[in-house]
Design a protein around this ligand. Structure first.
Ligand SMILES: Nc1nc2c(ncn2[C@@H]2O[C@H](COP(=O)(O)OP(=O)(O)OP(=O)(O)O)[C@@H](O)[C@H]2O)c(=O)[nH]1
Length: 391
């Protein structure tokens, strides 16, 4: 009703349009700062890429403007100034475009830093007579620490830049008449300012690196937890579908068949009831270990798919080899030195084996379902055996 009224009034959709336009601008400006979405806030390179983009864009605007003013004769022009403007513009364009083309961030930052260092040092020495220009090199430590992302290099760079500024102050390049006390005053102010900035930046970069390292470790831990079953350490069901899909679409170098073996412990409930859950857990771990012992090639992957159900994805030369592997697994588990359970004297499993042609375009869920049907048949026909799936 409300929508109908708004539509009738001819204003429906207006807020959405405003929101989507704002969204586009937001995305555009974010993509500009992060080099077309190349990095995001939680990544280590985010700050460096954003800084390089900001400095690159600012340099492009400033040097472009100065170049125009030089060419129009608005400001005093010389070959040296023109050369600096053109070089600055070229470096700014180079930095911005190479970031967008995917160049390594560390390389781009080092090149940009080298140019910034040379430019600021040159400015300090060549334009020491202009106190306004002389303040520009004071931005160096913040830029250097962030661009280099390294405390030691940042400190070395800052010390060199401070030395350069002191040379400019004491070498008589500054405004005349020179006064030694004024020069000492200026040099001390500049040195203390640069060192203080460097100390703050060193603390920041050091702390940020530690936090990023910790975050990375937590993220690895989280993805381990998300992919593995905590009890047995095997891959879990979540990973299983991804792996099976990947294997189904992967062409095997030796054109071997893909095999999926689904197995389940027989009368596990009786085992649990008789010996208790902790013993049941122990058995699950031992069966996981036994399966990994049988399927021990690098490309064999054993999963715990839930409860007392396990799966193995492996490659086989032919049906006979896959059958031999299934037999070996059943025999190994039967030979486990476990307490007798329920109706059986030994621990047994039932399994369904599904064999697939290389590069078959069957869905992973279908592969699982066929193996599950075969497993059901194995259970129905007396357990402690495996049955080959059809279709
Ligand atoms: N100890 C332990 N038991 C589990 C775990 N997950 C599932 N189970 C138990 O596994 C048993 C499975 O029982 P059923 O599905 O009846 O299967 P079964 O007794 O093995 O019978 P069949 O499969 O028909 O041979 C249940 O008693 C569950 O409680 C686990 O992580 N640890």
């Amino acid at each position: 009703m409300k929508e109908a009224l708004l539509t009738k009034a001819g204003i429906a959709g207006e807020p959405d349009a405003v929101v989507s336009r704002a969204g586009v601008w937001c995305r555009l400006s974010r993509d500009c700062l992060t080099s077309a979405g190349r990095t995001s806030e939680d990544q280590a390179d985010y700050l460096r890429i954003t800084l390089l983009n900001l400095v690159g864009a600012a340099a492009f605007i400033v040097w472009g403007l100065f170049l125009c003013l030089n060419l129009l004769g608005v400001v005093e022009s010389s070959v040296g100034r023109l050369a600096i403007n053109v070089t600055g513009l070229a470096v700014a364009v180079g930095v911005l475009s190479s970031l967008r083309m995917g160049a390594p961030v560390a390389v781009v930052s080092h090149v940009a830093h080298a140019f910034l260092f040379a430019f600021l040092m040159g400015l300090a020495i060549l334009r020491a007579d202009n106190p306004l220009t002389m303040t520009l090199p004071l931005i160096y430590p913040a830029m250097a620490f962030l661009m280099l992302d390294d405390v030691h290099r940042g400190i070395v760079g800052t010390l060199l830049m401070t030395a350069g500024l002191n040379v400019a102050i004491f070498s008589g390049l500054g405004p005349e008449p020179r006064d030694l006390l004024m020069a000492i005053d200026g040099a001390l102010t500049v040195s203390v300012g640069m060192c203080f900035q460097a100390a703050v930046m060193a603390l920041y970069v050091h702390h940020r690196k530690r936090v990023m390292t910790r975050l990375r470790a937590v993220s690895v831990q989280l993805s381990e937890l998300a992919c593995h079953d905590p009890l047995t350490g095997l891959y879990n069901r979540r990973t299983f579908i991804d792996v099976l899909e990947r294997e189904l679409s992967r062409r095997d170098r030796k054109a071997r068949q893909l095999a999926f073996l689904l197995f389940d412990i027989d009368h596990f409930k009786a085992y649990n009831d008789r010996f208790g859950h902790p013993q049941g857990d122990e058995l699950l771990k031992r069966i996981a270990g036994a399966a990994q012992g049988v399927f021990c090639r690098r490309e064999d992957i054993v999963f715990r798919l839930g409860g007392e159900e396990f799966g193995v994805v492996f490659r086989t030369d032919d049906a006979a080899q896959a059958a031999a592997m299934a037999d070996r697994l059943l025999a190994t588990i039967e030979a486990l030195d476990a307490a007798p359970a329920g109706p059986h004297d030994t621990i047994t499993i039932s399994a369904g084996l599904n064999l697939l042609d290389s590069e078959s375009d069957i869905a992973a869920n279908h592969v699982y379902r066929r193996a599950d049907e075969a497993l059901y048949q194995a259970k129905e026909s007396g357990r402690a055996r495996w049955v080959r799936a059809v279709g």
